[in-house]
Design a protein around this ligand. Sequence first.
Ligand SMILES: [Mn+2]
Length: 273
Amino acid sequence: CRRVSSRRSADPEQELKDELDRYLRTELQDKVRLVRNRQREGLIRGRMIGAAHATGEVLVFLDSHCEVNEAWLQPLLAPVQADRRTVVCPVIDIVSADTLAYFASPIVRGGFNWGLHFKWDPVPPAELGGPDGAAGPFRSPTMAGGLFAMDRKYFFELGQYDGGMDIWGGENLEISFRIWMCGGQLLIVPCSRVGHIFRKRRPYGSPGGQDTMAHNSLRLAHVWMDEFKVPVLTSCLSSLPVSDLASCGPFRSSTCRCVPSCVTVVTVTSASA
Ligand SMILES: [Mn+2]
């Protein structure tokens, strides 16, 4: 949807809501259900609320600032159909924030650093050695977060997201760890391409100016990283209070029942850190 309104409005947010309501009603009747939250929930609880309303077999999460390319969905769904515990990401192409021009992205995979910031890493050649070569899906330690698909029932079996995370940040690594540590796998599918606006800055804050990225990352470290949380806590997050994390231990043990896979994920993720 590339239409940009040039009209000035006294209440631009309400105008956007009205425009969206009208578009769904007239153009996408019965195909799209719009769910509005009564209060600001942030993207993490927002997606959980969306998933609770979904009825299809596969959940596809796309940021609002995305534009799908041709035939993007079929190659994304095929690995999920083959194995319902496979979670897939398209290649995230670049839509210019200034001109909306579309650019192809290089083939890279997700990693992270000890500050628990997501980063892109080169794909080891051995990961591209399947029967389809570089065109085939390859494993990724983490996802960028805004674009992925997974079996709806598996999403609930995994415990969805950590509902104690607020507004923005860290949830992409958390769900990546959760997938690898609880018997699933995370793939990037080069034949599926979706454009995404990588914004220069986040256009919104958080209530009270809270650093939700740090809050969420701390939860991630305490719940999923075992002894590997030490480098995280001794770097940028060491000064943060941990009093609200007492409930996180039971959270993991109730979510992850497949302990042997934990060994695998530690190898995969620490290699890319
Ligand atoms: Mn985004």
